[in-house]
Design a binder for this molecule. Structure first.
Ligand code: UDP
Length: 367
């Protein structure tokens, strides 16, 4: 007798990180797999599920223009509960700390369905940073039967909190997704040929907790772009607060503002960088795998291994610090480790194994 697993996603990072897990769920003979897309990031949703051959069976299209997060969340709770009642999954799988993830976990809890949380245990222990994600991920841990932690640090956080579910260190399936994309190779369309004699910086900034500091961070990026040997690319996140500030502050800037790239092209584009400056969670995980020096433009990170193990530097949002550190890196004065503190690219396999073998031992990290 198999189990039915419903994976719920709705944002760009969820789709990227769950795609290899969904592929493995769909391939497992003892699992009936059902993908559910809430539509939270309709405009940013990469075609990655299609690329992995697992397009969602159910698309809820819950995002409407001008909708507040609270309105979106209440619709999600209602609609996802109805879907779970209709589909009767044995397990609802969620990823990370989005509104989609917490609402799916909450709806599953109400419907009496077990929750499996991928990328469990990330913490800053500051509810405002990131807001609301820190509280969302802590809430998900109270609902979860399985906590699939990307690192030992994340698992230790969950152990300390004495969460009710099982804790397993699996690694982060973003490593699996990236490895697969590198195996597929460069797509025929290539992006932005490298200028001779120029250092390429790619920057992404969008986190809500950075919005008050956008003048400093964007000022630093503008200053770097004005250096004659630097070309700086900035894929513009569609968040209206970012779009407005970027257009206001970078009216005359040499920064190349570009549309967000589809994930596969983006990975290859990141590989062409001499430096990546970002506040994105996913980019913090990906840049070290690609061997590109990384500056994290945040005050703190829930991915501390990136910093403590030498894969990247935390620079905060001070303009001068960002500029001087970036220049030092371009001059080759700082060394970074290449690889990943988030596993060996086999996270998806482990996650599916533990779903099918709930009583399998987990080396002291089960409750
Ligand atoms: N990303 C992408 N195209 C881009 C910029 C970023 O596919 O033009 C990817 C990036 O590699 C990462 C994910 O989008 O895997 C991050 O999503 P986002 O920044 O929305 O969320 P966060 O990682 O901060 O949760």
């Amino acid at each position: 007798m198999g189990i039915k697993v419903a994976a719920v996603f709705g944002t760009r990072p969820e789709a990227i990180k769950l795609a290899p897990v969904c592929r493995m769920l769909a391939d497992a003979t003892d699992i009936v797999y059902c993908g559910i897309d809430t539509g939270q990031h309709q405009h940013l949703m990469p075609p990655i599920m299609d690329r992995f051959g697992v397009p969602p069976a159910i698309s809820l299209n819950l995002m409407t223009p001008g909708q507040t997060l609270i309105e979106l969340e209440s619709r999600m709770l209602k609609e996802l509960s109805a879907v779970f009642r209709r589909e009767s999954p044995d397990v609802v799988m969620v990823q990370g700390d989005t509104a989609t993830a917490v609402m799916a976990a909450w709806a599953a809890f109400h419907e009496g369905v077990a929750v499996a949380h991928v990328e469990a245990g990330l913490r800053t222990y500051r509810p405002q940073s990131p807001f609301p994600e820190e509280t969302f991920r802590r809430a998900i841990a109270t609902f979860s039967r399985w906590n699939f932690a990307p690192s030992v640090t994340a698992a230790q956080n969950l152990l300390r909190e004495a969460v009710p579910g099982k804790i397993v260190v699996t690694g982060n399936p973003v490593v699996d997704a990236l490895a697969q994309i590198l195996r597929w190779g460069l797509p025929s369309k290539t992006y932005f040929p490298i200028k001779e004699k120029a250092f390429r910086i790619i920057a992404t900034i969008h986190r809500r907790e950075n919005h008050p500091y956008l003048p400093d961070i964007l000022g630093a990026l503008d200053a770097l772009a004005r250096h004659p040997y630097v070309e700086l690319f900035f894929p513009l996140h569609p968040n209206p607060a970012i779009v407005q500030t970027v257009h206001r502050l970078w009216n005359e800037s040499p920064v190349h503002i570009i549309e967000p790239l589809e994930y596969e092209a983006w990975i290859h584009f990141m590989q062409t960088a001499d430096l990546i400056i970002s506040d994105s969670g996913g980019v913090q995980e990906e840049a070290p795998i690609l061997g590109v020096p990384l500056l994290v433009a945040r005050e703190e990170t829930e991915r501390p291994e990136v910093i403590t193990e030498g894969y990247g530097l935390l620079v905060g949002h001070d303009r001068d610090t960002i500029v001087t550190t970036a220049i030092k890196i371009l001059r080759g004065q700082v060394r970074f480790k290449q690889g990943s503190p988030y596993g060996d690219g086999k996270a998806a396999r482990r996650i599916v194994y533990y779903l099918l073998h709930p009583n399998a031992p987990v080396d002291g990290l089960s409750m």
